[in-house]
Every structure is written in C-alpha cells, then in structure tokens.
Design a protein around this ligand. Structure first.
Ligand code: GLU
Length: 443
C-alpha cells in the first residue's frame, strides 16, 4: 500500500505573510487534496527574536481569508522537548558533538552543537527541477543547535518532517541550497527522505527582485484593497503553473480564469515550471474584474454593501433596491471593491439616491423634454426597461438631433456631465422618478 500523502506549509512568523508563502500553501493544498492526503501548518518560530505573535496571526488570517484550511497546526516553540531528545540521540551516537567556539565578542556563546558531516555527495530527485547533486564536504560540520534547548532552523525543520511523516516537501526554490544539509540530518536520524518539489522564484516584471513597489503586498493587504479571494488564488496559481488543457477552462472563451474547483482538477505539480514566475499586478486587476463579473448578482450586491463608505452606508442601506440596481454600473468602472468604495464616497452615484438639481447651463436646452415626458408616460411602470425606453424615444431623437434630445434627458436624470446613457438611467430610476426628474428640470 502506498503511504498516505502528508505535506506541510512551514512559514516563519518573522513578517507579514507575502504572496510567496500563499503560493506555497496553495500548491501544497492542491497536491494534498488531489491525493487525499493530510496537510499541516507548521509555525517555524525557532528564531525567537524575529518571530512575533502578530506575524503568526497575520499568516493565519491570510490563510483563513483565502480559505486554505489545515488538518493540524504545529508550533515549533512548543516542541522544544522533542528537539532536545533528538539532539541527545545524535550526541549519544556521536553523530553530533558539542563544540567549543572561539568567543569573538563578549556575550557570544562559548559552545554550540555541530553535526558530524560525513562529507558525501548528496543527490535527490526534485519533482520540478529534476536531479540535483551537491557535494556536502564544503559545508563542514555545520551547526544544528545553539544548545540542547535551542535548535536552529535546519534541525527543527527536519525533526518535524520526520515526526509528521512528511512525504512531500513543496516549498520555494530558495530552499534548494538547504536541502543537502537537511538530507544529511534525515539520514543521521534514520528517517525516510521526503520527495522534494521546489517552486520557482516569483520575479518582478523586469525580472528583478520582487518588492512592494511592484504591488507584491502582504496577502491580507489584497483583502484590504478589495480583491476577491477567488481572484487572488487564481493569480497565485498562475505563478509557475498554467492550465495545460486550456480548452477545458475556456468555456466562456477566457483563458487563465480558473476557479478553485478547476484548479483541483487540473493542477499538476510535475508540470510546474522551473524558470522564475513573473508577478504582474495588472494581471491581478484583470482577474479581479473577471471574477467580479462571475459572481451572482446577489453576491456582487452583497460585496458592494460590505464595502459601502462609512459616511454613506446608512442612507444607502435604506435604499437597498437602488444599490442593487446600480451595482453593475459601479463594478463596470473599477478593478477592486476599494475603488468602488472610493467612487461611492466621492458621490459619483449619489444622484441615484437624491434628486439632482441640474443647472440650466448644463442642461443646455429643455425644448424637447416635454415631448419625452409624454412619450415615456405611455409606458407602464413594469415595462420601463432600457430597451422599451429607447424604442419610445429613439426615432424622435433621431429626427430632432440626438444630442439635442438625449443630452438634456441624461442631465435631467443625473445632474452630471458624465453618466451612463439616459435609457439605462431611466430604467434604473423607474417610471415615476424619471418623470419627476424631467418635470423638475423643466421648472
Ligand atoms: N520556514 C521556512 C520559510 O519560511 C520554510 C522551510 C520549509 O518549507 O522547509 O521559508
């Protein structure tokens, strides 16, 4: 029988969770789910000075926002006794030794625990990079702990993978160079060596090191900027992988838009690319617009409601129906929900909620408004759609000059120089309010 797949995501809580950690987590999740395995979140907080509870919280918040759940959560600072036992075992077997260090400056530790490096060539098969060989001689007898209670990263990392029975280590390829050292420790502890898959670096569009200025924010910031988690997951999955059978995805003719379900079906760890993956915020913005479009109308309206600007939330909530109707118009103009919030805060859509007072100057002429009102009043309230409205006045507008007819109508309804076309406006406002606004503009 094959062993059950066991994976882990092992962030160090030394900073806010970045996109690279989210990608490691997503790829681990997809692979684990596909294999009906178990996934562990392991907080690697052996670096006591740099690890902070608020970063651990941020990492957990980020995962829960993305909907990435774990079967178990381990925390290295709670596992000291276990590392001590393993250190004692290595010391007893003379596979490690306490070495007296030359004290370079006052306060330095006089001794550390070093691994007795047998100095071999280590070869491993990486699922993404293929065969990798390192000569470990030059590593010398490397340090594995400061003392019996203070293991360093490599040691705690290996002990935990051994204890967890990790079968697959999926992580960033900045850890390739750590792997030989870790394999040496696995061997000394007599444990099976997991299968490795090192994910490609994430690069800035100009192939330089990725930074905040390229839009590579902490994951929770995408949430706070009003991105959908579906879009962020989609964006992340494309950092190093792309759907092979695009036709399957492109049911609606749009490549690259993948839902979590589709990822689960199509993701293939072995097909992850070796070369660096390019981060492009424009692509995320595009994906966010696409995923917003794919929400049901109720979900979209709900999102807009969640993001109402505090100054306007109360009165807009008293007119939920209007908010529901204008949701498509708002989303048409933005990439993120925060941008939608800003438009609402700026009063961009206030005219749907309050009757405007257009100036004569902006209206230019009101000559044809009486005729329009009379034509529109022939429509029943329940037939008041953009299409029927257009049909009622289009010929008249064509005859009299569209600008002459439609501009004042639009301004009468919106009070603004720029707004959606008057048919859409009138349909949203409804028969009574439309006629009311025309009357108001005429007076
Ligand atoms: N704690 C390491 C990091 O944050 C991860 C090590 C691993 O996945 O083996 O990069």
């Amino acid at each position: 029988m094959k062993n059950r797949v066991i994976t882990r995501v092992a962030p160090s809580p030394t900073g806010l969770m970045h996109i690279g950690t989210a990608r490691v987590a997503l790829f681990n999740h997809l692979f684990t789910k596909q294999n009906d395995g178990k996934i562990i979140l392991r907080i690697e907080d052996t670096d006591r000075e740099r690890s902070k509870p608020e970063f651990e919280k941020n990492i957990k918040d980020g995962f829960s926002w993305l909907g990435l759940a774990f079967d178990e959560v381990w925390k290295q600072s709670e596992r000291t006794e276990i590392y001590t036992q393993y250190l004692q075992k290595l010391l007893a077997e003379d596979l490690a030794y306490i070495s007296q260090e030359e004290v370079k400056k006052e306060g330095d530790r006089p001794s550390v625990i070093r691994f007795r490096n047998p100095g071999q060539k280590i070869t491993f098969q990486d699922l993404i990079h293929g065969e990798i060989t390192f000569d470990t001689t030059e590593l010398g007898d490397f340090v594995i702990a400061k003392d019996l209670e203070t293991p360093i990263f490599h040691f705690a990392n290996v002990v935990d993978d051994l204890e967890a029975g990790t079968t697959h280590i999926i992580r960033g390829d900045d850890h390739i160079s750590n792997t030989p050292r870790q394999i040496l420790i696995f061997k000394a502890l007599g444990g099976p060596i997991p299968t490795y898959a090192h994910l490609p670096m994430i690069l800035a569009p100009d192939k330089t090191k990725l930074s905040k200025r390229h839009g590579a924010w902490p994951v929770t910031e995408y949430r706070d900027e009003g991105y959908l988690k579906e879009a962020v997951l989609n964006f992340i999955v494309l950092l190093g992988w792309s759907p092979q059978s695009r036709a399957e995805i492109a049911q609606d003719g749009t490549e690259d838009i993948v839902s979590l379900d589709q990822m689960l079906k199509l993701f293939d760890l072995a097909k992850v690319q070796k070369k660096g993956a390019v981060f492009n915020l424009e692509k995320l913005n595009w994906l966010n617009r696409e995923h917003l479009k794919r929400l049901s109308s109720t979900e979209r309206w709900q999102k807009i409601t969640d993001w109402l600007p505090p100054t306007k939330a109360d009165f807009m909530k008293t007119n939920e129906l209007m908010l529901q109707k204008i949701t498509p118009l708002i989303l048409e103009r933005v990439s993120t929900l925060k941008e939608a919030q800003a438009l609402l805060a700026n009063g961009e859509f206030d005219y749907f909620f309050h009757q405007p007072k257009p100036s004569q100057e902006l209206l230019r002429t009101t000559t044809h408004l009486t005729e329009i009102a009379s034509r529109l009043s022939e429509l029943a309230a329940e037939d008041f759609t953009a299409e029927t409205i257009k049909n009622k006045i289009w010929d008249f507008a064509t005859e009299k000059g569209r600008g002459e007819v439609l501009w004042p109508l639009r301004v009468a309804l919106s009070g603004k120089e720029k707004s959606p076309d008057p048919f859409v406006l009138a349909a949203i406002l409804g028969r009574a309010e439309t006629l009311n606004r025309i009357k108001n503009a005429l007076s």
